[in-house]
Design a protein around this ligand. Structure first.
Ligand code: AMP
Length: 279
């Protein structure tokens, strides 16, 4: 497994690959878990070589504390990636990516950026667009793998690829969960023992919301979820939304020809957790 910290040397390596070599790319922020590794596994099956980036992108954080406290386990990450036969790891510094101007570009994602995460994390998707486009430019992948855990992010990236005509195929991968249902996340390691023990409540609530959406309208289901969280001693609900998968716009009633998802963001103390479920 080769490890690069510089764009130039990574690009030289990529240029030296035999013509026709297919590259699968998995961008991550590290603190890897089985969710990330499922993306690496899929990329490995579908491409000649797999590149994984580990970069905690400062411009997508709207909260300085969250950035500072983001878990970093680089040695463990590298050994996990090696055991999954990853071919190349790219671990740049912020200066390598941004030089001396750590800022995002401004993107127009046709309104996808104003929903849910976009409403609550100012500038987040401009940061995501900036880093993902930059990484695509450097790695030049044929296919790039993203988890449905960040469903809105996938739709945003698909939009960017379409609007900017980028030569890469976006592959979405299902959410990996702990045995008790909690969506795997690097941030889970920051939960206290009590928060972690209670955290399956989030997915349990989403599953009940899914059942309810069979007979009730979205606003009633949302009210029910809000109520479930109202008196919870450990979790504060930031938002719950039922939206069209394509437009991410909120919906009220089911149209059988469309696909919907329920999305949720919850604070456990200062740790912010997100999850979603197909309806
Ligand atoms: P992150 O390191 O959190 O930026 O995540 C890197 C990639 O892994 C993103 O495409 C995420 O959506 C994906 N990912 C994170 N957690 C999971 C999970 N539990 N299941 C599937 N994919 C995930």
């Amino acid at each position: 497994m080769l490890i690069f910290t510089e764009i130039k040397s990574l690009q030289q390596k990529i240029k030296s690959l035999k013509n026709g070599t297919t590259i699968g790319f998995v961008p991550t922020m590290g603190a890897l878990h089985e969710g990330h590794l499922s993306l690496v596994e899929k990329a490995k099956k579908e491409n000649d070589i797999v590149v994984v980036s580990i970069f905690v992108n400062p411009t997508q954080f709207d909260n300085a504390d969250d950035l500072i406290n983001y878990p970093k386990t680089i040695e463990k990450d590298l050994s996990l990636l090696k055991s999954f036969n990853c071919d190349i790891v790219f671990t740049p510094t912020p200066e390598e990516i941004y030089a001396d101007d750590i800022q995002s570009q401004s993107f127009d994602f046709d309104g996808l950026e104003f929903q849910m995460e976009g409403k609550f994390r100012a500038g987040h998707f401009n940061g995501v667009g900036t880093i993902v486009e930059r990484l695509f430019e450097v790695v030049k992948p044929h296919k790039a793998y993203f988890g449905e855990k960040d469903f809105q992010q996938i739709q945003i990236i698909r939009k960017m690829v379409e609007k900017r005509n980028l030569p890469v195929q976006i592959i979405s991968c299902p959410i990996h969960r702990e045995k008790d249902g909690l969506a795997m996340s690097s941030r889970n390691t920051r939960l206290t023992t009590a928060q972690r023990a209670a955290a399956p409540f989030i997915y349990e609530t989403l599953k009940k919301a899914k059942t309810l959406f069979g007979t009730k309208n979205a606003s009633e289901v949302i009210k029910w979820v809000e109520n479930e969280f109202k008196n919870h001693p450990l979790f504060n609900l930031e938002y719950v939304e039922i939206a069209d998968e394509e437009t991410l716009l909120p919906v009220e009633t089911k149209n059988p020809t469309k696909k919907y998802r329920a999305f949720i963001a919850v604070f456990a103390g200062k740790v912010r957790l997100i999850d979603n479920i197909s309806l």
